[in-house]
Design a protein around this ligand. Structure first.
Ligand SMILES: [Zn+2]
Length: 370
């Protein structure tokens, strides 16, 4: 294999810290009548010894995810975030805003427009740049950050939202690793990246989304401003306690893969032996990795329900499990619905009361085996 060069600092010293083996592209959903086998690619995380950025080692896949339905949890988190950032005084009325969004959908621009911010010209300068799960999709992390930093007007702020690496480690979310997501930021490693671009973190907010999501505000150095506040420093401390920069920390995550897969397979087999019907919910990338590792097929799990019309008629990558319309929950009346996206629990219970009305229950797939 060619030597890997860090996507941020260009260092070549680092460790392979998480190896999910050969995996299908989690964003390519074959038609349900396509018998496969689906092409597979190595899926590995590398931790840079120089800057501490956890990153995807190689990505031979081409992104083609059918755009999903934006979960209500994401929409309400955005509203909460904008409210908190505004309350802290980071959203100047009449200021110019540019957004780097996620290819999976979701935009804050309407919320920001309602606060009196004005969209920037394409590629133009902005007082506020918001990047909500956008930058992780860039293969070249240094270039992506430099592009954002260059557009920030004097006195402006860069707002970066990311699923914290401390959450991935602490909540044993090994299946957060996926093709197309090139960077897994700790607040510490992101601060090193920002420093290389002449920026420093000033404050940060924490959200429950995905088990722990951070929104970091950074400004250009040399403005005579204060350094990182207590909120940022507490995140540095959390990174240190959890060992986000220590390759040894990831051994637990690697071990969790098999433990989690065995627990899922065992649970599904037991439900089947007991004559219970189980369906999945949420055809997300983390479901793909989990189902593939657990060798689950449609005998154990006859369908995964997903609200996205674009995924209907398709099947889960790497398995023969079809993606089904949510109407199937009422038709099949499953005894249990295995939820692959725990953030959705409140909204799916609300949206599909027929599941519990028929005596079924929602089960958090991430909690099996933990
Ligand atoms: Zn690096």
């Amino acid at each position: 294999m060619d030597m890997h060069v860090c996507r941020a600092c260009r260092g070549s010293a680092g460790h392979l810290v998480l190896d999910l083996g050969e995996q299908p592209a989690c964003d390519f959903f074959p038609r349900s009548d396509d018998p496969g086998p689906d092409p597979v690619y190595p899926l590995q995380m590398w931790l840079c010894s120089s800057c501490g950025l956890a990153q995807l080692l190689a990505d031979p896949t081409v992104p083609e995810e059918p755009r999903g339905t934006e979960p209500a949890a994401l929409v309400s988190q955005a509203a909460d975030a904008v409210q908190r950032v505004a309350a802290a005084g980071w959203l100047p009325e009449g200021g110019v805003v540019a957004e780097y969004g996620s290819p999976h959908g979701g935009s804050w621009l309407q919320l920001l427009a309602a606060r009196g911010l004005i969209p920037a010209r394409s590629g133009g300068q902005a007082d506020v740049i918001i990047d909500c799960f956008g930058m992780m999709h860039a293969a070249d992390q240094r270039e992506a950050l430099a592009e954002r930093a260059a557009r920030i007007a004097p006195g402006g702020v860069l707002l970066l939202q990311y699923h914290a690496l401390s959450t991935i480690i602490g909540c044993r979310q090994w299946n957060a690793l996926r093709h197309g997501h090139y960077a897994y930021y700790s607040t510490t490693s992101l601060t090193a990246m920002l420093a290389a671009a002449g920026f420093s973190p000033r404050t940060a907010w924490r959200f429950e989304l995905y088990g722990g999501t951070v929104l970091l505000a950074a400004t250009r150095d040399g403005g005579g401003h204060d350094g990182p506040d207590d909120a940022v420093r507490s995140m540095f401390a959390e990174d240190a306690v959890i060992g986000a920069g220590d390759p040894g920390t990831f051994a637990g995550l690697q071990h969790d893969i098999q433990a989690h897969a065995r627990a899922l397979h065992g649970w599904l087999a037991a439900e089947r032996s007991a004559g219970k019907t189980v369906m999945g919910y949420g055809a997300a990338s983390r479901a793909v990795a989990l189902l593939c590792h657990a060798h689950v097929d449609r005998i154990l799990l006859p369908a995964v329900v997903d609200a996205s019309p674009a995924k209907q008629g398709l099947r889960m990558p790497g398995t023969d499990i079809p993606v089904a319309d949510p109407a199937q929950l009422a038709v099949r009346q499953p005894d249990a619905v295995l939820l692959f996206v725990p953030d959705l629990l409140a909204e799916v219970r609300d949206a599909f009361p027929e599941v519990e009305a028929a005596g079924g229950r929602w089960v958090d797939a991430a909690a099996l085996g933990s």
